[in-house]
Design a binder for this molecule. Structure first.
Ligand SMILES: [Zn+2]
Length: 388
């Protein structure tokens, strides 16, 4: 059930307007490192700029300290970055992103990059494969990957603490799957703008809430972006958006921006804000339907979940004991377990097994055609359609 209430003392993460209404659901959550979580949090749509966000209340703050206190990167794939399927071939996600960046944006053959929120260096490693003459730098509040980073060729400096202490200027600053986690995204963007050379560029890659309702269920994602609200935030922080696209990686938004001094355009028409509210409520209702549908199947038969990333993990959390295994095509995951259930390849399950496609509806539909032809012995189940 979705219930609305009137919180006090909260401001929009994008435009700082007062938040005057929020939504609460009974839906469980999932963490971005793929752990089930008891609740997904409260949501709100800013009535001024239309930004969809979590309400960062005390419960959320308590959750977030626990989540980050035990955070593990890529544990489902044994430490390897998530792969995406490009023409049938599994490719690290960051490699696909760098390839798209190269095709979209003219970068010099030499330069200095700062990867904000660099983690274990997955993006920098992929970047240096195509831009081998660039000097690599990272920023991360967590220094536990310092040693691994120092072994990457051309890695110069790992920064931590405050951005204000950095005295270098960069040709490219990247934020890959980071901006959605920030509790102060506008301030961070403004600080990063000051570290860019005048002709430098910013690359932001993040989840798309428009395309992927499951993103709402990620507890540690504070912001749930559309192309529109991501562009608007970046403009407010003093950039001009050069390119924004959902075509690079499915269910995600990629954005390239350059630093400028520009007017604040944080106001949006009430139509836009209403659309955003309808989008949020529609997504939450659809997620409730997915849980009910999958549960009803799982009560009648042995059910598997196709996919072990965010959506699959979240659905598993919501289903509890109403499913028995995961299905995946990623070779780095097959044969492992996730949440105590085996991860199997579609050819390894009993004939006539059912597998739930934990994906946004349109994507599930496309996948269904391919999977049903490739693995005819598995009964792949589509989530309910989310079109009115
Ligand atoms: Zn706002």
């Amino acid at each position: 059930m979705i219930r609305s209430f009137y919180p006090q003392g909260f401001r929009c993460l994008s435009c700082a307007a007062i938040i005057n209404e929020a939504l609460e659901t009974g839906l469980p959550g999932v963490t971005s490192d793929l752990k089930p979580w008891p609740h997904s949090g409260c949501f709100s749509v800013c009535s001024r700029c239309g930004h969809v966000q979590k309400l960062l209340d005390q419960d959320w703050n308590d959750d977030i300290s626990k989540i980050y206190g035990q955070y593990e990167m890529y544990s489902v794939s044994g430490g390897e970055e998530q792969r995406i399927f490009d023409n049938g071939l599994p490719l690290p996600r960051s490699m696909k992103l760098v390839e798209n960046l190269r095709q979209t944006w003219m970068l010099p053959s030499e330069g200095k990059i700062l990867d904000f929120g660099c983690g274990n260096g997955a993006f920098l490693r992929s970047f240096s494969r195509l831009f081998s003459e660039w000097k690599l730098n990272g920023f991360d509040l967590d220094s536990r990957f310092a040693d691994a980073l120092s072994h990457i060729e051309k890695f110069y400096e790992l920064y931590g603490g405050s951005l204000a202490q950095i005295e270098e200027f960069f040709d490219l600053i990247t934020m890959v799957y980071v901006i959605e986690h920030l509790t102060n995204p506008r301030t961070i963007l403004e600080q990063l703008r000051c570290l860019l050379k005048a002709e430098g560029a910013l690359l932001v890659q993040t989840s798309s809430f428009d395309d992927n309702p499951f993103d709402l269920m990620v507890v540690d994602h504070c912001s749930h972006f559309s192309e529109h609200t991501l562009s608007s935030l970046v403009v407010k922080a003093g950039f001009s958006v050069a390119r924004v696209t959902q075509g690079w990686i499915a269910k995600e938004i990629g954005l390239i921006a350059v630093p400028v001094i520009d007017g604040d355009r944080s106001f949006r028409s009430s139509d836009f804000v209403q659309n955003q509210s309808a989008g949020l409520e529609g997504s939450l209702k659809w997620l409730e339907k997915v849980v009910l549908h999958a549960k009803s199947v799982g009560m009648r038969q042995d059910l598997g979940i196709f996919g072990t990333a965010i959506a699959g993990t979240w659905l598993a959390n919501a289903l509890g004991d109403k499913f028995s295994f995961f299905l995946d095509e990623d070779p780095s995951r097959i044969g492992r377990t996730h949440l105590g259930r085996p991860i199997r390849h579609p050819t390894e399950v009993k004939s006539n097994s059912s597998a739930y496609l934990a994906f946004p509806w349109k994507m599930a539909k496309t996948m269904h055609e391919r999977l049903a032809a490739a693995y005819p012995t598995v009964n792949f189940l589509l989530p309910p359609a989310n079109e009115p």
